[in-house]
Design a protein around this ligand. Structure first.
Ligand code: GLC
Length: 795
């Protein structure tokens, strides 16, 4: 009962029933120019920032959803029949005439309607800031056809939030001009706001871009005003302009659109290319470059070459890790869709999707730091840039913007965890690359002073040391990783047990770095703080069979067997392990409790049971409906940490069972609703009537963590300062598997044998035929190393 399936090579998700239960989208982007596109052509386009550089409109939470988009209409000039090359917006039945394949950086829509076969590929070139819609139409009807083909977008032109809340005034600054000589529409707004809020402040400037829309054939007609294109009491489904003809008039004032019409006369069997380009040109370069810019990508060969470069780019990125396990369904995700999603989330900064509209917030500090770990393997230079960007969002006393825009704007909140994520991003980058010069790089703090990256790390330690409550645990403030535990402790202020484990885990990472650099002795406070945090957790947080989540008002225990709701939380079980708490008995018991009390057919819940009464001394979590979001949904991101923790305990069987269960295509897609090829933020749990429904797909840290947990901990090749550590944790039934990993310039081809069917434990390792001691593959500088690993009982 699916809507589609993966192609045989796993590189595409092919949607054969385009009536998907929600918009199933893809991203087309090169890190500067971004477009989303659903299986029905809906989606946005923006230049660098979805807030300030919005090119096209997308009507938020609309009915019907997923409009407008990147639409190519076809009209039979003889019969008057009209359809679109994606099923929507015209929605001509049967929908079975349409298929869509989402791949890495490309989406291809195919159809055969009225005897006209079509295939349109949407993509963004690697080195050109535009989106290309390359359509091929073939006359399969056996008679001569006279067609009109119309490309259409609705334009936003600048600040997306101001466009939304101030349209009545904003439209007076919209200008769209047709340039007959160049065969292009150019559009801009002669007014622009660069603040991040909706504001009454009128800045004295214009949008710094010209948007352009062009096509590779002579233009028969064009349109620039939405009302003229759509007509009264109509929608994109049946535009009046297509029936009565486009006006071919420029616009001053109104809802700006760009529509270009070309005529095609096709003999039976004949095909024609129609190539649309939508993009932007920076104003200072406009006059000098416009001719060249709109003149590009008019020839199919040039477009094909650009498309090949997009594919090569993804091959290179994805080729840094490789899995060949006994479970090909898992390989499709580990080799493609998980790292793909992680890279997209990194590039997009998690701000724009069908769920997040790119208008409400900047890059999250913790989100950005976590996304960096997925990129460090294949694009270390971009991870490095991001680390430096994160450094610039910090004050000299180690506080950080909770979210930021990269242009100096950001917002401080009182989340107790944010600054510590910096340690994760820095140490993961350094383990991957060995580029310790990073530690000496100087970056300004918010406020102007400057410090090296090492000094930034030490500022974080000072922040942590200064943020401890009466029980020695971090003062909760307005939340920790869990944004909805935002009023823990009421007026007293609460303390975070997870926060203590997290601080300890990050301080462990910093200590490991300092020790490797021979500098641990110069910073004794780091070890001391780590030890005190662990002692505090062990003293107050053990609840008999698991660790509690927090101390609330009057020292009340939250996430405890004493509670009616939210008796157990996932994060204080997994992070007890990740932080390396000393009592293995407790760790195993805590992880078993998580399995017993949190696991469901859809995956493990974030907490249970759900809160059914509002508790203002806990916060938003208790105000949320049961079984969704943080209130006892299967929140996929912390589920990744549960898997990591199972691996660290050596329990590969359980780890893999969770991993497999959480893969997005493992459930009935009509119930799942969201895309089956990427993770969603959460899956509704068994505590809600819509159990199994996923939401907030794409922009979640789940992808970055599942990628790293899958490759580092299940397949078991993880970077350390000394080299690549070999330590798989797999199901007993895996008698052998292969994996590849590029690390410090060497491609490791690893074959793992598991003759005794163990879950973890390495008995021997041979590199290029020679036995090595220990579990670390020390860098040799060779281009390729063949590694044979034999798992087995080690006692
Ligand atoms: C959302 C936020 C993330 C937070 C999580 C849990 O995914 O983006 O930063 O940690 O919710 O509240």
């Amino acid at each position: 009962m699916g809507f589609g399936r993966f192609s045989d090579d796993g590189r595409e998700y092919v949607i054969t029933d385009v009536r998907t239960p929600s918009p199933w989208i893809n991203y087309l982007e090169n890190g500067r120019y971004f477009a989303t596109i659903s299986a029905n052509g809906g989606g946005i386009s923006y230049d660098r920032s979805p807030l300030h550089g919005r090119i096209t409109r997308y009507r938020i939470n609309d009915v019907p959803p997923d409009r407008p988009g990147k639409y190519i209409y076809v009209k039979d000039r003889d019969s008057g029949e009209i359809w679109s090359l994606t099923w929507q917006p015209v929605g001509r039945e049967p929908a079975a005439d349409y298929r869509v394949a989402h791949g890495f950086g490309t989406t291809r829509a195919e159809a055969e309607v009225e005897g006209v076969r079509s295939s349109v590929v949407f993509f963004v070139p690697v080195d050109d800031d535009r989106e290309i819609w390359r359509a091929v139409l073939t006359n399969a009807s056996g008679r001569r056809r006279r067609l009109a083909v119309v490309g259409y977008v609705e334009l936003a032109l600048g600040h997306a939030l101001v466009d939304l809340i101030n349209q009545c005034d904003d439209q007076h600054f919209n200008r769209v001009r047709f340039d007959p000589e160049l065969g292009a529409l150019f559009a801009t707004k002669t007014y622009w706001v660069t603040e991040t809020r909706g504001t009454q402040h009128q800045e004295n400037k214009e949008w710094d871009r010209w948007a352009f829309f062009t096509v590779n054939r002579p233009i028969a007609a064009y349109e620039t005003v939405r009302e003229r294109f759509i007509g009264p009491f109509r929608s994109e489904s049946s535009p009046l302009g297509l029936e009565k003809g486009l006006s071919s008039e420029d616009m001053d004032c109104g809802n700006a659109v760009a529509a270009l019409e070309v005529a095609l006369d096709l003999a039976p069997g004949e095909s024609a290319d129609v190539i649309f380009s939508l993009g932007v040109i920076a104003k200072p370069e406009f006059e000098r470059t416009k001719r060249d810019v709109v003149g590009r990508f008019r020839e199919p060969a040039e477009v094909d070459a650009a498309l090949a470069r997009v594919r090569e780019g993804w091959d290179r990125f994805l080729g840094h890790t490789r899995a060949r396990t006994p479970d090909p369904g898992v390989d499709v995700f580990l080799n493609g869709w998980i790292p793909y999603q992680a890279k997209v989330a990194f590039d997009v900064g998690r701000v724009a999707s069908f769920y997040y509209w790119g208008i409400g917030r900047g890059f999250g500090y913790r989100d950005t730091a976590q996304d960096t770990i997925a990129i460090a393997i294949a694009e270390p230079s971009r991870a490095r840039e991001r680390v430096l960007l994160l450094a610039r969002q910090m004050t000299a006393d180690g506080r950080v913007y909770h979210h930021f825009y990269g242009d100096g704007q950001g917002e401080f909140t009182k989340h107790c965890d944010d600054p510590l994520w910096f340690i994760l991003a820095v140490t993961e980058y350094l383990k991957e690359t060995g580029d310790f010069a990073l530690l000496g790089e100087v970056e300004p703090y918010v406020g102007g002073e400057k410090g090296t990256i090492l000094e930034h790390l030490l500022a974080v330690v000072r922040f942590a040391a200064g943020n401890l409550g009466a029980h020695g645990l971090p003062i909760f403030g307005r939340g920790d990783w869990n944004d909805t535990l935002d009023y823990i402790g009421g007026k007293d202020g609460g303390e975070s047990v997870w926060g203590a484990m997290f601080y300890a885990a990050m301080l462990n990472r910093l200590l490991e770095l300092l020790e490797h650099r021979g500098e641990a002795g110069r910073h004794p406070g780091v070890r001391g703080l780590r030890d005190r945090l662990i002692e505090a957790v062990e003293a107050v947080a053990w609840d008999g069979a698991w660790y509690i989540r927090a101390l609330g008002e009057g020292g009340r225990r939250i996430g405890s067997k004493e509670n009616r709701y939210g008796r157990i939380f996932i994060n204080t079980q997994s992070w007890a392990v990740i932080a390396g708490l000393p009592d293995r008995g407790r760790l195993v018991r805590a992880m078993d409790s998580a399995g017993e009390l949190l696991d469901t057919p859809f995956g493990p819940k974030i907490c249970a049971p759900a809160f059914l009464e509002i508790d203002p001394t806990i916060g938003l979590i208790t105000r949320c409906v049961r079984g969704k979001k943080e209130n006892a949904a299967v929140f996929c991101h912390p589920a990744a940490w549960l898997i990591q923790a199972e691996c660290l305990l050596g329990r590969g069987e359980r780890a893999f069972a969770y991993f497999k269960k959480l893969l997005p295509d493992r459930v009935d897609p009509a119930t799942f609703v969201a895309e089956p090829y990427v993770y969603s933020q959460y899956i509704t749990s068994d505590e809600h009537p819509t159990a199994g429904r996923a939401s907030h797909s794409w922009q979640t840290g789940t992808a970055a963590w599942m990628y790293r947990v899958g490759t580092d901990h299940i397949l078991g090749l993880r970077p350390s300062y000394e080299g690549l550590v070999v330590d798989p944790a797999v199901p007993r039934s895996w008698k052998s598997f292969r994996t590849e990993r590029v690390f410090r310039g060497t491609r490791y081809l690893v074959e793992v044998e598991n003759p005794d069917g163990v879950e973890s434990g390495v008995r021997s390792i041979r590199v290029d035929g020679r036995p090595v001691d220990g579990l670390v593959l020390t860098p040799t500088g060779a281009a390729v190393c063949r590694v044979q690993v034999t798992m087995g009982r080690t006692e």
